[in-house]
Design a binder for this molecule. Structure first.
Ligand SMILES: NC(=O)c1ccc[n+]([C@@H]2O[C@H](COP(=O)([O-])OP(=O)(O)OC[C@H]3O[C@@H](n4cnc5c(N)ncnc54)[C@H](O)[C@@H]3O)[C@@H](O)[C@H]2O)c1
Length: 357
């Protein structure tokens, strides 16, 4: 860490689609300074470095070993998250990784064990639960605005990411699909609002065996679907509340709300869990649905705010909010839903617990 500058020096591994959004969002935030970037494809690392003025463009090995990198921002595809994170931890770097933490529970435990053994922090996206929309919902629940929360309906259904991603294949491989790609947003927000999940069940389906790339230089090429593309799950929370979560890349259009929390005295409707802002709507006894504004001076939030929070935590010696422990609980719920869906039903008990700090 650059002690005099009071900034955490970040090395980015994975310079693909989402990386420029992170670099734009991190620019000018004093707690973090991006000092280097690397990618398995060196041309991508050079392009990102040039576009955002990153001082050093390294090979992946050189970045992981670099003495002036304190924290690795892992923006690789999900199937290599665990490998890159474990290599970075072994080199003594803190890690903040895009979601999911890993694609198997065995790798998730390995990552947490490695971080604990070396007294390093590992954190994981999504960080939308830190945004103004989710925080406004949390404040309403804490105030008892809907009485006792009893159930949640969560749904993120769309025709699939090949509409906007020029290389969407990885989103249809094991460890991705709508459940692992979108599910982490909803489960992070739901566990932040409702507490730990203790039991899940699910059914799943795939509408098509092949899909077509729809944008970018490879538009028109086809690829094989290797994962479920529609997953209906039911959740039981430690509080006794129950819920359902539907994630799908097989739905042409929908008018189903993204996220509703029902209580004994009313209902809160939140925005999409993969966004940081609102609107948040509240209906309780004697009122119709009305928008609830976030607290004064509160901005919506941004992709990367979990990383900035982790850097501030490292600099001040406090606990970060988007921790690996939270990511492991979300991963256990995701893998249990995936297993139940593949098995065609059944319920699984969730062992891990995570509560909002
Ligand atoms: N694209 C988005 O809008 C978006 C939004 C939210 C989250 N994410 C998450 O961000 C992560 C990256 O997504 P993306 O869309 O940028 O993917 P991408 O495929 O566009 O980019 C991934 C990059 O990682 C590189 N890479 C692959 N294996 C590597 C390795 N072993 N070492 C170093 N580099 C390696 C690839 O060459 C590529 O440049 C994923 O976890 C995804 O779920 C993406």
């Amino acid at each position: 860490m650059a002690a005099a500058a009071r900034t955490v020096r970040v090395g980015v591994v994975g310079c693909g689609n989402v990386s420029s959004r992170y670099l734009a969002n991190l620019a000018g935030r004093s707690a973090v300074t991006v000092v280097a970037c690397a990618d398995a494809d060196p041309a991508r690392a050079r392009a990102l470095g040039q576009a955002h003025g990153v001082p050093e463009v390294h090979s992946v090995d050189a970045l992981l070993a670099a003495a002036d990198v304190d924290l690795v921002l892992n923006l690789t595809p999900p199937r290599v998250h665990a490998e890159v994170t474990l290599r970075a931890l072994a080199q003594g770097k803190h890690v903040y990784t895009e979601k999911p933490l890993a694609t198997t529970m065995a790798d998730g435990h390995r990552i947490l064990d490695a971080a604990r053994a070396r007294s390093l922090w590992v954190g994981t996206a999504p960080d939308t639960f830190l945004g103004a929309g989710a925080r406004t919902c949390a404040a309403l629940l804490a105030q008892g605005a809907i009485g006792t929360p009893t159930s949640v309906n969560a749904a993120m259904m769309n025709p699939g990411p090949e509409r906007f991603h020029p290389e969407p294949e990885f989103l249809y491989q094991e460890g991705a699909g709508p459940l692992f790609d979108i599910g982490p947003y909803y489960l992070s927000v739901l566990t932040a609002l409702m507490g730990s999940v203790v039991r899940v069940g699910a059914l799943g389906a795939s509408a098509r065996a092949e899909r077509v790339v729809l944008t970018g230089p490879r538009a028109g090429s086809t690829f094989t679907v290797e994962t479920l593309t529609h997953v209906n799950s039911v959740l039981e929370f430690a509080s006794g509340a129950v819920g359902m979560l539907v994630t799908s890349f097989d739905v042409a259009a929908t008018r189903t709300p993204h996220l509703e929390i029902h209580g004994t005295e009313g209902t809160v409707v939140a925005a999409q869990a993969n966004s940081w802002g609102g609107p948040v709507l509240l209906k309780n006894a004697g009122s119709d649905f009305a928008e609830v504004l976030p607290g004064p001076h509160e901005s919506d939030g941004f992709m990367g705010m979990g990383l900035v929070d982790m850097a501030e935590a490292i600099l001040t010696g406090r606990r970060p909010q988007a921790t690996g422990a939270r990511g492991l609980h979300v991963l256990e719920v995701l893998t249990a839903i995936a297993s139940a869906a593949r098995a065609g039903g059944g319920f699984t008990t969730i062992e891990s617990r995570w509560e909002s700090p």
